[in-house]
Design a protein around this ligand. Sequence first.
Ligand SMILES: C[S@@+](CC[C@H](N)C(=O)[O-])C[C@H]1O[C@@H](n2cnc3c(N)ncnc32)[C@H](O)[C@@H]1O
Length: 286
Amino acid sequence: MQRSPSPEQMQRDQLHGRQVAAMFGRIARWYDFLNHTLSLGLDIYWRWRLARVALPKPGGVVLDLAAGTLDVALALIRQYPGIRVAAVDYTLPMLVHGKLKLTGGLEDRILPAQGDGRKLPLPDESMDAATIAFGIRNIRPRMAAHKEVLRVLKPGGRFCILEFGTGRRKVWGGLYNFYLDKVLPSVGSLFSGDRAAYRYLAETIREFPDERQLSRELMDAGYARVFHVAMLSGIVYLHVAEKACAPAAETAPEGCAGNVADAREDGGVLRCFTPDDPGKAPSADE
Ligand SMILES: C[S@@+](CC[C@H](N)C(=O)[O-])C[C@H]1O[C@@H](n2cnc3c(N)ncnc32)[C@H](O)[C@@H]1O
C-alpha cells in the first residue's frame, strides 16, 4: 500500500519543483537547439512516435503535460488535424518560447497554460488522451502526476509517456553512459552556460526507474493496461497506460478549471495557479 508522504517530504518536493522550474527557465532559449543537437535530431522522430500512439478521437482534446516549448503539441496537431491540445507546463519561459511557434491558426488549436502536473487545472474526464515527453522524470512525486492524468482522462483514454530508459543499465558497451556523464554536461554547458542543468539531466536519467518498475507504478496508480516499447537499444522508451473503459459524460476544457485558485494571462500564456502557487521561482535562500 502507498504511504502518504511526510510534511518534510512534501516540502522537499515543492522546493524541487520550483528549482526545476527555475532551471528550465534559465535554459529555455537554448532548449530546442540543444535538444536537436544532443540527440542528432532523433528527438523529432521520438516525439512523432509518441503522438502516433496517443490515438485521440477525431476532434478530441489532448493534454500534453510538461509541454515545454510545445514540440509535442505541434506533433499531435500534425498527426490529428482536428484535435485541440491543452499544453500544460510548470515553467512560464518554456511556454512563452513555444508560443512563438504558434502561427497560422495554431493559436486556436494549442492552448499553453502554466500549471502543475501534480494538480492539473483541468476537470475530471475531460481529455481524450494525454502525452508527456521527457517530463515525468522531473516531477516529484511521480505518482501524483500519474493519478492526476488518470483523473482528467476520459475512460479508455491513453497516457503516453516518452522518456529515457534508466541510465543505470550499460548501453552500447558503456558508450551511452559515457555520453550521459561526460559529453552531455560539457556540450550543454558550452552553449547554455549552465553545466548544473545538464548534469541534472544525466543524474535524473540515471535515477529513473526501469521500464518494468514504471509499468508497475502506473498499474498501482490505477491504469487498467500498460505496455512499453523500447527505442534505440532502450535509450528511450515509449510507455502507454490506458484508463479502463466506462460510460462517461462529454466535457471539454474551457481555459483553467479543476485545481485552480486563480487564473490570468501572461505573455499570451494562461497561468493556472493552485493554492501552492506553482511556477513561483525559489527564493535566494532555497
Ligand atoms: C525536458 S523538458 C520537456 C519539454 C517537452 N515535453 C519536450 O518534449 O521537449 C521538461 C519539462 O517538464 C516541466 N515540468 C517539470 N515539473 C513539472 C510539473 N510539476 N508540472 C508540469 N511541468 C513540469 C519543465 O518545466 C520542463 O519544461
